[in-house]
Ligand binder design. Structure first.
Ligand code: GTP
Ligand code: MG
Length: 293
């Protein structure tokens, strides 16, 4: 088999600020300095445009968050790697969360993203734990309408039905609804079995709340709809959930960025997989690789 035939091509998907670029840049900072015989290493030519990655890596090294990805263009990154001696092409279009958000509203991926997903061997789906918009429960809805000056009797009054604005509904839908929509669109584009590695980014923040947190259990309690969708569609969308702290901590918290900046990126990273905690950013990639072999 040629390298190309074995190469794994992945797409990164996620809503605005879900941690996609930080993961990619941390990976770059690590492989750029790795020995040739490291489990995850660079292979073949350097990517055409390393400026975007280098700039991001520079910020991470200094303990600063990466910049937001450009809304219009995104960034096209192709990394040729070896993972546990297997050739792996990380052919990733790092699009901004807004591009994905627009795709959800339109229920159609931009053509360039559609083509990538169609040719992908797997998807990294990013979720930021602090940016999960939950659906309201019925009691919460009552509290909110009372706060807005509405009494339960008002709600019973006959009002003419105004059809909801579809775009508005999709835009303001809970995060889990948007991600299920996105996965359905991606599965349609792929037209075949599409393994999904859910990456819960900023895992340090989840662990700060609960040091015993496990990624799949976190997903089930934070986004039950998404967890159930993944469970029910495991035939078409085989899936696993990972916790990843690519920064290693919250750079906004007092003293954290300064302390982390003293350490190499590879030593800051924290991961949580079904096998337990670790500090290997490649765990979701390894799972995707194995689910294609
Ligand atoms: N605490 C913590 N925060 C993180 C971590 N990784 C990313 N973040 C924060 O999450 C936010 C979004 O990260 P990005 O990597 O820019 O997310 P993105 O998905 O590329 O965002 P867009 O390109 O804007 O759609 C930033 O404020 C990061 O500082 C982490 O490991 N820990
Ligand atoms: Mg980005």
């Amino acid at each position: 088999m040629t390298d190309q035939a074995q190469a794994l091509s992945l797409s990164m998907l996620g809503l605005v600020g879900s941690g996609k670029t930080t993961y990619l840049v941390a990976l770059w900072a690590i492989v750029k300095n790795a020995d040739e015989d490291a489990p995850l290493a660079l292979r073949g030519p350097l990517p055409d445009a390393t400026g975007y990655l280098d700039q991001g890596a520079h910020r991470l090294l200094a303990g600063e968050a990466v910049r937001r990805t450009n809304y219009d263009t995104g960034e096209d990154v192709r990394l040729e790697l070896t993972l546990d001696s297997w050739p792996l092409v990380l052919n990733q279009l790092d699009v901004s969360g807004e591009t994905i958000q627009e795709a959800i509203v339109a229920r159609e991926l931009p053509r360039v993203v559609h083509e990538r997903v169609a040719r992908s061997d797997g998807v990294l789906l990013f979720v930021h734990p602090d940016k999960v918009a939950r659906p309201f429960t019925i009691p919460e809805t009552h509290v909110l309408s009372e706060a807005a000056g509405q009494t339960p009797e008002d709600e019973d009054e006959d009002e003419p039905l105004v059809p909801p604005d579809d775009n508005l509904v999709r835009r303001s839908a809970p995060t889990a609804v948007q991600l299920v929509d996105l996965l359905q669109v991606a599965a349609g584009a792929a037209e075949r079995r599409l393994p999904v590695a859910v990456v819960v980014s900023a895992w340090d923040e989840v662990e700060a709340d609960d040091p015993h947190a496990r990624p799949r259990a976190w997903l089930s309690s934070s986004m039950p709809l998404l967890a159930q969708f993944l469970d029910n569609n495991a035939d078409h969308l085989p899936n696993e959930v990972f916790g990843v702290s690519a920064q290693g901590g919250d750079y906004e918290a007092p003293g954290v960025a300064e302390a982390l900046a003293q350490r190499a990126v590879s030593e800051r990273v924290r991961t949580a997989s079904p096998d337990g905690p670790g500090n290997d950013l490649a765990v979701p990639l390894r799972w995707l690789l194995q689910s294609r072999l």
